[in-house]
Each structure stands twice: as C-alpha cells, then as structure tokens.
Design a protein around this ligand. Structure first.
Ligand SMILES: NC(=O)c1ccc[n+]([C@@H]2O[C@H](COP(=O)([O-])OP(=O)(O)OC[C@H]3O[C@@H](n4cnc5c(N)ncnc54)[C@H](OP(=O)(O)O)[C@@H]3O)[C@@H](O)[C@H]2O)c1
Length: 330
C-alpha cells in the first residue's frame, strides 16, 4: 500500500478511504465489521463518517470497530445537517458545532476525531463564526484537523484566507462529489485544491451505483439505491448519464476490469484527488472497489474513460485552450 500525505499535513492516509454511510443501515453490525476488517486487511487506514448517517448509528458502529486500533486509523465525522426537531440542532453555528462534536465523540466513544468536516456550506452563518469555533475545538484537542464538504471553490478559498489572517487552523481537506458523470469538481474545486495543497477525498466514485455495471440506457436492477432512494434517483436521472454508464461498462468489459474497480481507479487517478471514498453494502461489493488498487490506469486508459462523458470547460474557458493556438501559454 502506497500511503499519501493528506494535503499539506504530514499525516499519511491510504489512497482509498472507506465510507461508513452504510454502517448500521443497509449493512448491519456484523456486515459492517466484516467490511471494516476487509479494509484493514487491505491496508486501509482512513474511514469517513458523519453524525447524520443513520441518525448517529453509523458513528456508534464505527466507534466499536476502531476500539482495538484507534491509534492506527484516521476517522472523520461531520456536522451541519439537522439532527433533531430543535431549530438550532443544525447549521455551522458555534451553538451547534460545539454540541455536535460532543455528541459525535460520545457515539464514536473516542476522545478525538482526526478530521472534522462541515458537511455543507451554511449561507446563514458567518464563515468567521464557523472557523473560529473549529479552531477552538482543535486547540482543545477534540478534533485534530478540519475540512469542508460540498463547498464551492470560492467558499473554501475565502475560508483559507480568513484562517490565515487570524492564525486559525485551516481546512486541510475537502470532500466534493466526483465521478465520471459528475465532473463539476474539475472546473474550480480540484485546481484550487492542488494550488492550495488541500487534500481531497471525493465521494460517490460509482455515482451511487450507476457505474457499477448494473445500469445502462435501457438497463436497471430491481433493487438498489438509484431505484429506491428518491434523492439519488433525481441526482442521476438524466438519460445521458445512463448512456455513459452503459458505454463505460462496455469499455470495462473490453479491458477485463470490473466496472466498479475501474470507476474508482479513474477517480483516484486525478492528480488532485488524495483518496476516493468508496461505499458498499456487503463484502462482495466492497471487494470490487478495493480491487481498484490493482488497476493499471495508463494515461491512454484514463483519457478513453474521460472521453466517455462531457469534459467541463475550464473556469477561464476561451475555447482555444483545447487547441494548439492557446494564446499566452507559458
Ligand atoms: N460528504 C457528502 O455529502 C457525502 C455524500 C455521499 C457519500 N459520502 C461518503 O462517501 C461514501 C461513499 O459514497 P457512495 O456510497 O455514494 O459511493 P458510491 O461508490 O458511488 O456508491 C456506493 C453504492 O454503489 C453500489 N455498489 C457498490 N459496489 C458495488 C458492486 N461491486 N456491485 C454493484 N453495486 C455496487 C451500492 O449501492 P446499491 O447496492 O444500492 O446499488 C453501494 O451502496 C459514503 O459512505 C460516505 O462516507 C459523503
């Protein structure tokens, strides 16, 4: 296993991060344990969680699993989404974050969370308030590093400037969505992260299952997230996405790879990505994602996969960037 530095920090993480959103939900405790052990056996030391996953149950399950190896793993949690009917039990306020961290520590049954994310940008709370409470929690040793999920690049860049100006802990990692049919991150987020040396653990490398081989233009399984979960159904509803999924599956078969392994490896091969966060409901599914570590992702294969979907233009797009006539290129 070739470990990578997490952004600018000296912390080394595995090139795949295991997502625990299924722990205590579609994966019961026994299956979660089997998947956790499978990851540890493969050398994975990085586990992503959130307070909102299964209303805290995922944290409780993960907490039990890390008991014997707490000092060897890097775990995350997150706050923002509403945790109860109390109007203040959500958001990125000082009020909520202090309580959310205490609650997560209790559920995870640990003294500290290695990497703590704000799950989503809070338009209603000044970012200074959020960053200052995160900084306090770092000083208290309750969280070690901080991160931002689902933020636009400008929101992260603004936060980095404010942290630097105040001498506060900065966002060392971001967590955007990224896969072959959701490539928005290529425009601003990934270039920003590379420029600022911010680590990136991206989620949904399979598009919630879309790129697993089960879907295509006129092909869908009877059960699974994209046919059962309304939010994901909507997220991946466009016809062209299912066409890409079908073409991607055909390419994977031609190359003798499980599409799951190839989709995860493609995400991980982007120079801005530290580790894709993988997700599974059982050990069989997980094996295919872990096999991404063995994919020989050549430049040619990477490009052929990228060419299956629309490449979003650069943020400074003038069209000639795609040609030999790129005026002013140094
Ligand atoms: N920050 C955020 O806002 C955010 C959002 C989402 C996720 N995350 C994190 O990212 C992690 C991974 O996200 P994700 O679950 O969306 O990842 P994903 O890899 O895109 O989707 C995983 C799903 O794909 C299907 N699948 C996986 N392996 C398969 C296989 N071998 N064969 C067939 N189907 C397979 C399964 O769904 P079915 O069996 O139902 O088809 C599985 O639950 C989560 O656990 C969480 O930690 C973060």
């Amino acid at each position: 296993m070739k470990y990578k530095f997490l952004g600018k920090t000296g912390v080394m993480v595995s090139p795949l991060c295991m997502g625990t959103m299924s722990f205590g939900g579609i994966a019961d405790e026994k299956t979660s344990k089997a998947m956790f052990n499978q990851c540890r056996d493969a050398g994975i030391n990085f586990f992503d969680c959130a307070n909102v996953y299964e209303k805290g149950r995922s944290e409780e399950v993960l907490g039990k699993l890390i008991k014997d190896c707490r000092d060897e793993v890097i775990i995350t949690s997150k706050a923002y989404f509403q945790m109860s009917s109390n109007v203040n039990a959500g958001g990125a306020t000082r009020y909520h974050i202090v309580r959310a961290v205490e609650d997560s520590l209790r559920r995870l049954d640990t003294d500290y969370i290695d990497l703590y994310f704000i799950h989503r940008f809070d338009e209603k709370t000044p970012i200074e308030e959020t960053l200052s409470v995160l900084n306090d929690l770092v000083r208290q040793g309750k969280i070690l590093y901080i991160g931002a999920s689902n933020f636009a690049a400008w929101q992260v860049a603004k936060a980095l400037g404010i942290s630097a100006k105040n001498g506060w802990s900065r966002f060392e990692c971001i967590q955007p969505m990224y896969n072959l049919v959701k490539r928005q991150a290529e425009v601003e987020i990934l270039p920003m992260a590379e420029s600022e040396q911010v680590g990136v653990i991206s989620y949904s490398p399979l598009g919630g299952g879309l790129l697993s081989g089960k879907y295509g233009k006129n092909k869908a399984p009877d059960a699974g997230r994209l046919v059962e979960n309304k939010m994901y159904m909507v997220r991946y509803a466009d016809e062209w996405m299912h066409e890409v999924a079908g073409n991607f599956t055909a390419l994977a078969e031609e190359e003798n790879y499980n599409p799951v392994s190839l989709a995860v490896a493609w995400v991980g091969a982007h120079p801005g990505i530290t580790a894709p966060i993988i997700g599974a409901r059982n050990v069989e599914q997980l094996k295919a994602s872990l096999d991404a570590l063995d994919v020989d992702m050549t430049d040619e294969l990477y490009r052929r996969i990228a060419d299956l979907s629309y490449t979003p233009p650069l943020a400074t797009d003038r069209n000639e960037e795609k040609t030999d006539f790129n005026y002013g290129l140094r």
